[in-house]
Design a protein around this ligand. Sequence first.
Ligand code: NAP
Length: 497
Amino acid sequence: MAVDFQQLIVGAGFSGLGAAIRLQQSGRSNFMIFEKADRIGGTWRDNVYPGCACDVPSHLYSFSFAQNPNWSRVFSRQPEILAYMETCVDRFNLREKIQLNTGIKALRFRETEGTWLVETEQGETFTARTVLLGLGPLNVPKIPDIPGQDSFSGVQFHTAQWRQDHDLQNKRVAIIGTGASAVQIIPEIAQKVQKLYIFQRTPPWVGPRPDAAVHSFVQGLFQRFPSLLWLPRTLIYRYLEFRGRGLFGNKSAHLSMQKRALKHIRDSIADPVLREKVTPQYQIGCKRILLSEDYYPALQLPNVELITEAVTAIEGHTIIGAKGTGREIDTLIYATGFDAASYEKGLVIQGRNEQLLSNSWAKAGPEAYLGTTINGFPNLFSIIGPNTGLGHNSMIHMMESQYNYILSYLDLLEQQDARYLDVKADRQMAYNEEIQAQLADMVWSSGCNSWYQMDSGKNTTLWPGPTTTYRQKTRKVEVEDYQIVEKSATPDALSRA
Ligand code: NAP
């Protein structure tokens, strides 16, 4: 049966764009990207807060198949990363393959055809043989409920919904949270605001950030000899992988990570009271390790106050901490992170036997096979799906491993002229049991609260080990992991499947 698209990609962020490029490179052209927003870019479109940058060096945080000789810094900032993504769209002629302002409402698997029925928020319907979800793990802002917050008479917003029309100059500002976003924002705004109150619930571990401009001579070399770009890429990748050992159970590597971060505190802060306030009481790596040279100096500016209390109430212009002290503010910034567990982002995804993904995941949380395919939801792929996140290296590397796997699946689907491939339930279960057993012994389970874990403590976000292992496992689809359903299968055979 004819379909509108052989592959439909949902989302034009890094994961969706990379998938499109790889599909194109594999000779596939009947694909389309649907993007909810009016511009490509995903997280790098949405996050425009001051200081927004990537804490993975750019020569690695970019596609291996679209390396960029022009990075201006080791750690590029958001505008340059977004511009890189736009360049990729042009370089690979993807504009005509992207339909903007098109949100997906529902995806329903039609078992007798082996295709997906796609319903958009705009009321259109399409059919696609396969669907690649590039929804991004961190884009649903999490804003805590604080008594009285609706009555706040100033301006309040989340870091991912930055109010560029709101000038912070000479304002009295409070920021709640000291995670990755806050640590980048605080140094940028501290000098400009009249007063900055930072509400810290848990201090982050912060290591040094060896940023530097890339000399124009070096850029010129990369432009002339693009293959040289593999050198920084490989060195950074290997270094991060080597350093990652500390998170996977290597005790001495872990200890030296922690020593380095403690030294960073001692080197940056003289005041013993402030040192104590910023020194975490949990193991390094349990939450994401942050990198900054200017965060600790910003905390020591005379107009900055680090308050180690929760916010308990807001009354008019006053923000009140747990000890009952009120502080007058004009602006409140929620640097309180994202809902990382909502993988399906409210989409209705209905698989075989009309089973809903939200129901399948309701009890044990999000689970997939190799973070990519899901039993009962054939011909569907989740890019950066469950347990593919990293605390030590570039997510682009993980995405590229997933692309290899997805292409191998598509090859098999086409070679076998099959209706669909469904990952076997027992394989998926065994795989998840294995990674959960590994995660139980790793630093992320050592007793801190983080978005890596569900309320139950189950870690549904991180890959438990080196990226080399994941790359190896996703090299190709193993036929025995899948139930292959022939196009000629009768309804009877389907119901037994
Ligand atoms: P986050 O790391 O989850 O940090 C949220 C902060 O808000 C934490 O300090 C948390 O405290 C605090 N918080 C949450 N709810 C609170 C409440 N009710 N009261 C008081 N404090 C509260 O969020 P994020 O900084 O937005 O970063 C999220 C992720 O985005 C990062 O981990 C990273 O993966 C990604 N990111 C990456 C980069 C990059 O450079 N690559 C930059 C920014 C963000 P607790 O620690 O006590 O929970």
